[in-house]
Design a protein. Structure first.
Length: 246
């Protein structure tokens, strides 16, 4: 397992309480498309306390169909147990994204909310060659102390990352990667959205400063699907994802 994911798992283990759900192989999914268009796929990753079914109830598929976009949606049950078991990235790659590419999908995106937004960044960091892009919605990006430290430095570009360690908090590992100037590229664009009342507003704003303005979405609301629906809708309207895919 790569060091980034190891640090993430340690952080989650230290802050998590209660039993973890068992990992299932292959990772379970819910297909949100009435019928597959077969060319463009968005893999949806839920938050820590969410289920893949919530993407259906929130109307993510209806937002796609109402715009006439040819996008297939697969919501994945990537729960905290996979992060704890250090398998979330490899399960996504083996069970979901690899088979999608083999099936002929020309574009594969990941869109994740909260913990899923962090998971999308992890995958992008480890296997950018697998993806056409990422939409990270209200991701956890580190503890308050670290975020304050980066703010005081004037942003990620001016922040001096500490030397890597085996037991460091996930945020330090994440921001070391981000501060190296790799939060997105033209070939694998990173989009970021969140609510202005979200507890992660400060950290998300720090990351937004590293991205082109057209790839950031700030909406009214907090850390919930009411705000995340607005981000999803604005992303679809602005990006028109896969609209030109035949």
């Amino acid at each position: 397992m790569k060091p980034f994911a190891s640090a993430l798992v340690l952080s989650l283990l230290l802050c998590a309480c209660g039993p973890f759900r068992a990992q299932v192989v292959p990772m379970p999914t819910i297909d949100l498309a009435a019928e597959r268009a077969g060319r463009c796929l968005v893999v949806l990753l839920p938050g820590r306390f969410s289920s893949p079914e919530e993407f259906r109830r929130a109307g993510f598929a209806e937002a796609v169909s109402s715009r006439g976009l040819r996008i297939d949606l697969v919501a994945v049950d990537a729960h905290l147990g996979y992060y704890r078991g250090r398998t979330v990235v490899e399960r996504l790659r083996t069970d979901i994204i690899g088979p999608a590419r083999a099936a002929g999908y020309e574009q594969v995106w990941i869109a994740g909310t909260s913990l899923g937004g962090l998971g999308a960044l992890i995958y992008m960091k480890d296997y950018p060659e697998d993806l056409s892009g990422v939409l990270s919605i209200a991701p956890f990006l580190g503890e308050d102390e670290l975020i304050h430290e980066i703010e005081q430095a004037g942003g990620a570009a001016e922040w001096t990352a500490p030397a890597p360690s085996d037991d460091e908090e996930v945020g330090a590992t994440l921001w070391r990667w981000l501060s190296a100037g790799r939060p997105g590229s033209e070939s694998v664009p990173l989009h970021l959205g969140w609510g202005n009342l979200d507890d992660f507003d400060r950290s998300n704003r720090l990351l937004a400063k590293m991205l082109p303005p057209e790839r950031t979405y700030t909406v009214d609301g907090g850390h919930d699907f009411e705000a995340w629906n607005l981000v999803w809708a604005e992303f679809l309207d602005r990006e028109r994802l896969c609209e030109d895919t035949p």
